[in-house]
Design a protein around this ligand. Structure first.
Ligand SMILES: N[C@@H](CCC(=O)N[C@@H](CS)C(=O)NCC(=O)O)C(=O)O
Length: 212
């Protein structure tokens, strides 16, 4: 398997965690976002949207981290990254989608670049945007997790799931932008538990071959 990845990409980070959790070896293919390598025609031939990550498996290319994690789950079910029953799978998928569909797109590189260029925001102006949407997103996630009563050590009881694969990279992003994370004790408790596991430790940005 090949993973098209960039050390600081949180969507790629999700995939690195999922692959590690399942004990699947992969060859990292670095696509540098600051160097705009995701816009090269050679990469667009892999991922027509020009986004990282992409996964190659058996000569076929897969895109979109949530779809890719589900693909891994279906083709390599052990150890499972989804709960055994439908109700709890819906909960785990909801957590993953709150992060991947609601929070992450507002803080993506192309969104921040567009704000900077088209609205002439300086770095601090962009940071204000970033922190606003992180605070709103993480607040909603905190309430959802705490009220679900389904979390344990991890988002879903004591089983690592795709929800944790999404939560940890989002917290790394928030830390990078010095967001105040004190109001999110449930999220930060889960984050601390995940970061005790090798699958998460080895997937973190600073451990990647392209880390600056
Ligand atoms: N929904 C996509 C998001 C992919 C995505 O936005 N990746 C970011 C890096 S985390 C990217 O390639 N950004 C390039 C850009 O915004 O120009 C997924 O989950 O795979």
């Amino acid at each position: 398997m090949k993973l098209y990845t960039f050390f600081r990409s949180s969507a790629a980070f999700r995939m690195r965690i999922a692959l590690n959790c399942k004990g699947l070896a992969y060859a990292p293919q670095v696509v540098s976002l600051p160097k705009d390598e995701h816009k090269l025609s050679s990469y667009l031939a892999v991922h027509p949207q020009g986004l990282v990550p992409a996964l190659e498996d058996g000569g076929k290319i897969y895109v979109q981290s949530l779809a890719m994690m589900e693909y891994l789950e279906e083709t390599r079910p052990q150890p499972p990254l989804l709960p055994a029953n439908a109700e709890d799978r819906a909960y785990v998928r909801a957590v993953a989608q709150i992060i991947a569909c609601e929070i992450h797109p507002l803080n993506n590189l192309r969104t921040l670049r567009y704000l900077k260029k088209s609205y002439r925001l300086d770095d601090e102006g962009v940071n204000v945007w970033y922190r606003h949407w992180i605070a709103e997103g993480l607040n909603g996630l905190e309430v959802f997790l705490a009220s679900s009563k389904k979390h344990g050590k991890y988002c879903y009881r004591d089983q690592v799931t795709i929800a944790d694969c999404c939560l940890v990279p989002q917290v790394f992003n928030a830390q990078r932008y010095q967001c105040d994370l004190a109001p999110y004790p449930t999220i930060m408790g889960i984050f601390a538990e995940c970061m005790k596991l090798d699958a998460f430790i080895d997937a973190q940005p600073s451990r990647q071959p392209d880390a600056a």
